[in-house]
Design a protein around this ligand. Structure first.
Ligand SMILES: Cc1cc2nc3c(=O)[nH]c(=O)nc-3n(C[C@H](O)[C@H](O)[C@H](O)COP(=O)(O)O)c2cc1C
Length: 170
């Protein structure tokens, strides 16, 4: 079975997950998305496609890739800064899966939190001093701290378990 791993990553979190999949399938095709690849998408049996969540969506490059795919089996994985609730991940999943032409089949998904840059925290702290009454900012700050350790070893283990489970690999 030919496994294809294609991902995008701005700060390395999603790349960490992609590497874990690569370690599981040593002979997989593995690449960070780029223009050349987009013009010549490799053939395979399962496509592991990874993206960070940027402004509530996958990256532009991953969007373009997903829109091009036809008749593929896809396992979608992503990291997001926010992620206290499964509901949030589900909304994102649906939004991204909606980009795929209907001939494709999504065989599984995996979402987890991914740490954010310290500037994000600095911005929250600044906003809190300006709007101390805004409870959402406290939630955002808490979320920032929660995200700091992710993706962690547990996330990586869950990712592989999910892949094996969904693809019925022993
Ligand atoms: C410009 C930018 C926009 C972001 N927008 C969101 C967002 O809308 N929702 C979210 O949950 N996280 C958001 N994040 C956080 C990233 O999704 C998170 O840190 C992710 O793990 C980054 O993955 P990467 O290291 O593979 O790029 C954003 C990060 C950046 C840099």
């Amino acid at each position: 079975m030919k496994n294809i791993i294609i991902y995008d990553s701005l700060t390395g979190n999603t790349e960490e997950l992609a590497k874990v999949i690569k370690e599981e399938f040593m002979d997989a095709y593995y690449a960070k998305i780029n223009d050349t690849l987009m013009e010549n998408i490799p053939e395979g049996d399962i496509y592991y496609i990874g993206t960070p969540i940027i402004k509530g969506m996958c990256t532009e490059k991953i969007k373009r890739l997903l829109e091009k795919l036809e008749n593929k089996k896809i396992f979608l994985f992503a990291t997001a800064g926010f992620g206290g609730s499964q509901e949030y991940f589900n909304t994102l999943k649906e939004r991204i899966i909606d980009l795929l032409p209907k001939s494709n089949q999504v065989v599984g998904t995996f979402f987890c939190q991914g740490k954010m840059k310290e500037q994000v925290k600095a911005r929250y702290l600044q906003l809190i001093t300006e709007h101390p009454e805004d409870k959402n900012l406290q939630v955002s700050l808490k979320n920032f701290e929660q995200a700091k350790s992710h993706p962690d070893e547990k996330d990586k283990k869950r990712l592989i378990e999910e892949i094996k489970n969904k693809l019925d690999i022993k």
